[in-house]
Ligand binder design. Structure first.
Ligand SMILES: N[C@@H](CCC(=O)N[C@@H](CS)C(=O)NCC(=O)O)C(=O)O
Length: 221
């Protein structure tokens, strides 16, 4: 066995366990790319699994999960923070707690809400095949549409209040949400032209282009 092989066994590279079709996973992967932290990617193919080991040990059975230096990190925002701490070059990142303006804080809350609603609608109606006309999903869709309208109307003002930065959780999470609405159609994106324009512009970044949504397919054998 070569020395190089031994080193990689002792100190394996960081690994993000998630799905290429997942907006929370994409948030973490965009951060890793923007911060130049090389991460392996381990796809999870079966979201119906009830085994924590299939989610890199996350007891909540949720994605993404970061495995790094023998530690396990649950949740996209936590993962972004750990990646930032290990970035080879410090970057100016706007974290949610750096946003002092109330409307900007509200915007982040509505983006988180939209991402969760998208999971509820996608997992419930598309993966679990539950009836979309249940009040559980009808209310989630209504709340998602309302949140998107709120964000669309205030987007320019919200972005204008962000301090100089290389990256912000708000913009990356909003981008991942808006593109996910086009990928996994739950509510129409057409009424929210400013959000679509924002996503088009953010989507020019190399980190965005190399994490385009797609369904992971297991290789044979
Ligand atoms: N709070 C978690 C939420 C993650 C989440 O909901 N991930 C989705 C994938 S986008 C998931 O695990 N879905 C499977 C399920 O809900 O059972 C985070 O911030 O990472």
């Amino acid at each position: 066995m070569s020395d190089a092989h031994d080193v990689s066994r002792v100190n394996p590279p960081p690994r993000i366990t998630g799905r290429s079709s997942s907006h929370f996973t994409r948030l973490a992967r965009v951060f890793a790319l923007e911060l130049d932290v090389a991460c392996e990617f381990a796809p999870v193919y079966d979201l119906a699994s009830l085994e924590a080991r299939d989610y890199a040990g996350n007891p909540a059975l949720k994605l993404p999960v970061l495995t790094m230096h023998g530690a396990t990190v649950f949740g996209a925002e936590n993962i972004c923070r750990v990646l930032a701490e290990s970035a080879p070059t410090p970057r100016r990142i706007v974290w949610p707690e750096d946003m002092r303006d109330l409307q900007v804080r509200n915007a982040q809350e509505l983006v988180w809400h939209g991402m969760q609603a998208q999971v509820q609608l996608g997992f419930g109606t598309q993966i679990a095949q539950l009836p979309a006309d249940s009040i559980y999903f009808a209310k989630a869709a209504a709340g998602l549409r309302n949140a998107l309208q709120w964000l669309d109307e205030r987007l320019a003002a919200v972005i204008a209040t962000l301090p100089p930065r290389d990256l912000s959780v708000l913009e990356v999470s909003l981008f991942c949400l808006v593109e996910h609405l086009a990928f996994r159609a739950t509510v129409p994106l057409a009424p929210y032209g400013r959000l679509a324009a924002f996503a088009r512009e953010f989507g020019q970044r190399a980190s965005a282009r190399s994490t385009a949504y797609r369904f992971d397919v297991p290789s044979d054998g």
